[in-house]
Design a protein around this ligand. Structure first.
Ligand SMILES: N[C@@H](CCC(=O)N[C@@H](CS)C(=O)NCC(=O)O)C(=O)O
Length: 234
C-alpha cells in the first residue's frame, strides 16, 4: 500500500480502511482519483443520485446528504478537494502535495480552493437549471449565464497551461486532480466544446493517466457490483 509508513505492520495497515461514498461522475471522483494515484486501500460505496432522494438512509451517515463523504477512523470529511489534501498529507509524503517550503505552495493551495469554490460552483447551476430541475422549473437564462461564468473562470486554467504540462510545481499534483474533475464535469454537461486549446490539450493529457483510468474503472466496477446505475448528477 503506497503512502503508508514502511514501519507499519500488515495488521496495522489492514485496519486502515478508508471508506468513500460516491455517486457516478460526482465530485467524490476527486478523492477516488487521489486514492488511486496514491495506491491506497479503500472501500467505495456507490449511491444513486441524489442520495437525499434515492438513498434516504444515507442522511443518517451524512446529514448534509452530499457526496463525497469519507470515513477514515475517527475522521469524517465532506469536501472533495479537502479530502485530497488530507489523504496526501496523512498518507504521504507524496509528490501529489506541494510542500509549504516550495515556492509553488501558494499556487498549489489556490488551485485546491479554486477547484470547487470558483470552478465547479457555476457548473452546478448549469446542470441544475438545464437538466436536474423538473421541466417547468428549468431556466435557460440561468444555464447560459453560468456556463459563460464558468468559461470565464476557466481562463485561469487556459493561462496556466499555455507553457506547462500541469498547473503548478512542474509536475502532476493533487491540484491537477481537483481541477481535472471540473473538466470532466464540464465534458459531461456539454461545455468541453468551448474549452480553449490549452485546456483541451491539458484535459486530454489528464485522461491518459493510469491513475485517472484506474479511478474510472473502479467507479464503473463498483456501480455494476453494487447495482447502482449512473444518473445525472453534480
Ligand atoms: N463543496 C463540496 C460539494 C459537495 C456537493 O454538493 N456534492 C454534490 C454532488 S457533486 C451533491 O452531493 N449534490 C446532491 C445534493 O446536494 O443533494 C465538495 O467539494 O465536495
Amino acid at each position: 500500500m503506497a503512502g503508508t509508513s514502511p514501519a507499519m505492520t500488515i495488521t496495522e495497515r489492514t485496519k486502515l480502511m478508508i471508506t468513500l461514498y460516491h455517486c457516478d461522475g460526482a465530485r467524490s471522483f476527486r478523492p477516488l482519483w487521489m486514492l488511486e494515484e496514491m495506491g491506497l486501500a479503500y472501500e467505495l460505496k456507490m449511491l444513486p443520485f441524489p442520495p437525499r432522494v434515492f438513498a434516504k438512509e444515507y442522511l443518517a451517515i451524512n446529514p448534509l446528504g452530499t457526496i463525497p463523504f469519507m470515513i477514515d477512523g475517527e475522521t469524517r470529511m465532506t469536501e472533495s478537494s479537502g479530502i485530497c489534501y488530507y489523504l496526501g498529507k496523512k498518507y504521504g509524503p507524496t509528490p501529489l502535495v506541494v510542500a509549504e517550503d516550495d515556492p509553488a505552495y501558494g499556487a498549489f493551495l489556490n488551485w485546491m480552493y479554486f477547484s470547487d469554490a470558483t470552478l465547479t460552483f457555476p457548473q452546478t447551476l448549469v446542470l441544475r437549471y438545464s437538466q436536474l430541475e423538473p421541466e417547468e422549473r428549468r431556466n435557460p437564462q440561468v444555464a447560459t449565464d453560468y456556463a459563460k461564468w464558468f468559461l470565464g473562470r476557466l481562463r485561469a486554467v487556459e493561462a496556466a497551461t499555455a507553457n506547462a504540462e500541469t498547473l503548478c510545481a512542474g509536475r502532476f499534483t493533487a491540484a491537477d486532480i481537483v481541477i481535472g474533475y471540473a473538466l470532466r464535469l464540464a465534458s459531461t454537461i456539454g461545455l468541453a466544446k468551448d474549452f480553449g486549446p490549452n485546456v483541451a490539450g491539458y484535459w486530454g493529457r489528464l485522461q491518459q493517466r493510469d491513475g485517472y483510468k484506474r479511478a474510472i474503472a473502479a467507479e464503473q466496477r463498483a456501480g455494476v457490483e453494487q447495482n447502482v446505475m449512473p444518473r445525472v448528477r453534480a
